[in-house]
Ligand binder design. Structure first.
Ligand code: KG4
Ligand code: ZN
Length: 344
C-alpha cells in the first residue's frame, strides 16, 4: 500500500512516498522517496514567516515536488493507494494548499485522502530511524510552536502530560537569537554561536525547574536576555549569552523529560521536532538517560524539522489502522493532539 504525504503547515514544502508493505518489518525501509523545499531564505528578509508569502510559495512548489518524488520512486500516480496531508495545526493558508492538492489528487485517483496531525507526524518520525522505538514511549516534542511531553500508547493514542504555558522551546531559541542579532530561524545559529561561549558567565533562570509538575515556561528567558542587553551590550557577550540560553533551555527540557519517564514508569524517550536537532540537548539527554538506564530515540537529523516523510508515514499507518474515508476537506489551524480520531 503506497501513500503519498504532503506537508505544507508552515515554511517548508515536503513531499514523500511511503510503502507500508516494504516497511512492514523495518519502518525505515518503507520510505521510497522524499523531497523538501525550504522557504527559509525568502522569510529571512522579514525576520520571520510571512503567512501569505508562505501559502503562495507552497502553491508554486507542491506539484513539481510530487512529480519529482513519484519519478524518484519509479511510481505512477495510478499506483497510489492514498494521499496524506497535514491537516493542522499550522498557518491556515499554507495548510489549505496541501489539503486541497491532496483532496484533488485523491478524488481524481479514486483513493482516500487522509488528514494528519502535524505533531503526530513529528512523534512518529523516529520510526524512520535505524533504531526505531517500541510502543509505548514518552515523547518530548520540541518545535517552533510546541513544547510538550506526551505518553504515546500506540499509533493514534496520545496523552498530554505537560506543555509550555507560554513560549515554545524553539520560540525561545528564535527570540533570543533575534535579540543577539542572529537572524531567522535563530535556533541553529544560536546553537552554533554557543559552541564558542561560556554557559556559566551569565546566571540565567531555569524556569519552572522545581515546579513539581511537567509544565514549562520559556518567556522569562527572553526577558532576562533583553534586560542584560539593555544594561550593557558588548560584542564579547554574545557567545556567552548564547551558551547560557542554550544551557538553560536544555537543562529544563532534560529534567522534565526524565521526570516524565520516572513518573509514568516507561524507560523509552523519543525526542521529536526541530529543537531535537540541537546538539547540546542530545548530549545532555544521553548523559542523564544513560545514568538511569533509559534509552533515547531521535529521528534522523533530516526528519527532525518539518518534512513530508513523517506525514506519509503517519498517513500510511492511519490508513492501515482503518482511518475513516474523508469527503472533501477541512483544516484545523489550532488542534489538540489528544483530539485526533482514535484508531482500531
Ligand atoms: O519542528 P520544526 O521544524 O517546525 C515547527 O513545527 O515549528 O521546528 C522549528 C524550530 C525553530 O524554532 C528552530 O529555531 C528550531 O526548531 N531549531 C533548533 C535547531 N534546529 C532547529 N533549535 C535549536 N538548535 C537547533 N540545532
Ligand atoms: Zn513541525
Amino acid at each position: 500500500m503506497r501513500v503519498l504525504g504532503i506537508e505544507t503547515s508552515c515554511d517548508e514544502t515536503g513531499v514523500a512516498l511511503y510503502d507500508l508493505d516494504r516497511g512492514d518489518q523495518r519502518p525505515a525501509a518503507g520510505l521510497l522517496a522524499h523531497s523538501l523545499y525550504t522557504q527559509v531564505a525568502m522569510h529571512a528578509e522579514y525576520g520571520g514567516v510571512v503567512p501569505e508569502l508562505a501559502s503562495r510559495d507552497h502553491i508554486r512548489r507542491v506539484l513539481p515536488l510530487v512529480r519529482k518524488v513519484l519519478a524518484e520512486a519509479g511510481c505512477a500516480a495510478r499506483d497510489l493507494h492514498g494521499i496524506a496531508y497535514t491537516q493542522g495545526p499550522g498557518l491556515v493558508g499554507a495548510l489549505l494548499v496541501g489539503a486541497s492538492v491532496a483532496a484533488g489528487l485523491a478524488f481524481s485517483l479514486r483513493v482516500p485522502s487522509i488528514g494528519v496531525h502535524h505533531l503526530e507526524g513529528h512523534l512518529l518520525s523516529p520510526l524512520l530511524s535505524g533504531d526505531p522505538p517500541k510502543f509505548p514511549f514518552i515523547a518530548l516534542l520540541v518545535s517552533g510552536g510546541h513544547t510538550q511531553l506526551l505518553q504515546v500508547h500506540r499509533v493514534g493514542r496520545y496523552t498530554l502530560l505537560g506543555e509550555t504555558l507560554d513560549d515554545a522551546a524553539g520560540e525561545a531559541f528564535d527570540k533570543t537569537a533575534q535579540l543577539l542579532g542572529l537572524g531567522y530561524p535563530g535556533g541553529p545559529a544560536l546553537s552554533h554561536l554557543a559552541q564558542s561561549g561560556d554557559p556559566t558567565r551569565y546566571k540565567l533562570p531555569r524556569p519552572m525547574l522545581a515546579s513539581g509538575d511537567l509544565s514549562f515556561s520559556f518567556s522569562g528567558l527572553k526577558t532576562a536576555v533583553a534586560t542584560l542587553l539593555r544594561d550593557r551590550f558588548e560584542d564579547s557577550m554574545r557567545a556567552d549569552l548564547a551558551a547560557g540560553v542554550e544551557a538553560a533551555i536544555v537543562d529544563v527540557l532534560a529534567a522534565k523529560a526524565i521526570a516524565a519517564l520516572e513518573q509514568i514508569g516507561i524507560d523509552r524517550l523519543v525526542v521529536a521536532g526541530g529543537v531535537g536537532a540541537n546538539r547540546c540537548l542530545r548530549a545532555k539527554l544521553s548523559e542523564v538517560a544513560d545514568a538511569r538506564g533509559f534509552s533515547v530515540h531521535y529521528p534522523e537529523l533530516q526528519f527532525c524539522t518539518d518534512n513530508g516523510a513523517m506525514i506519509a508515514l503517519a498517513g500510511a499507518l492511519r490508513l492501515q489502522h482503518g482511518a475513516p474515508e474523508q469527503c472533501g476537506f477541512t483544516v484545523y489551524p489550532r488542534w489538540d493532539l489528544e483530539q485526533v480520531e482514535p484508531l482500531g
